[in-house]
Design a protein around this ligand. Structure first.
Ligand code: GDP
Length: 137
């Protein structure tokens, strides 16, 4: 079993897509091990995306991610990191495969509905950013 950190981003929560996305998560066979609604501050978003600090879209991304409530989740499944990224689809919805969440729900490369950890080390950092170990037992 593997765990990954997923986020239903502010664009999707604002458009009332959280329920549909949660249904897709359960239909795909993930166990939801933890879940919380959060409204990130700008500083919270900057800390979460610290690896992207040098990217040209960092200010825009952290403004967007702190613009409204999001839903953060810990998903568990065999090969959860890859499985969740496959369900999300490519970062840019224009390049995402049919049937993926981003193809269906994203509005742009930035407002792309969902987040998923990209490697085991990132998942460990990102899960710890939002959840205490005791919430995951
Ligand atoms: P992910 O792992 O698929 O989420 O993609 P990245 O780690 O490359 O980027 C993190 C997030 O930054 C993406 O999910 C988007 O919300 C945003 N992002 C990525 N590329 C761009 C871009 O070229 N322009 C803008 N404005 N945002 C971007």
């Amino acid at each position: 079993m593997e765990r990954t950190l997923a986020i239903i981003k502010p664009d999707a929560v604002e458009r009332r897509l959280a329920g549909k996305i949660l249904q897709r998560i359960e239909d795909a066979g993930f166990q939801i091990r933890a879940m919380r609604r959060v409204h990130l501050s700008r500083k919270d978003a900057e800390g979460f995306y610290a690896v992207h600090r040098e990217r040209p879209f960092f200010a825009s991304l952290t403004t967007f991610m702190s613009s409204g409530p999001a839903v953060v989740l810990v998903l568990e499944a065999p090969d959860a990191i890859k499985k969740w990224r496959t369900l999300m689809g490519a970062t840019d919805p224009a390049k995402a495969d049919a049937g993926t969440l981003r193809k269906e729900f994203a509005q742009s490369i930035e407002r792309n509905a969902t987040h998923g950890s990209d490697a085991p080390e990132t998942a460990a950092f990102e899960i710890g950013y939002f959840f205490a170990g005791i919430e995951l037992m």
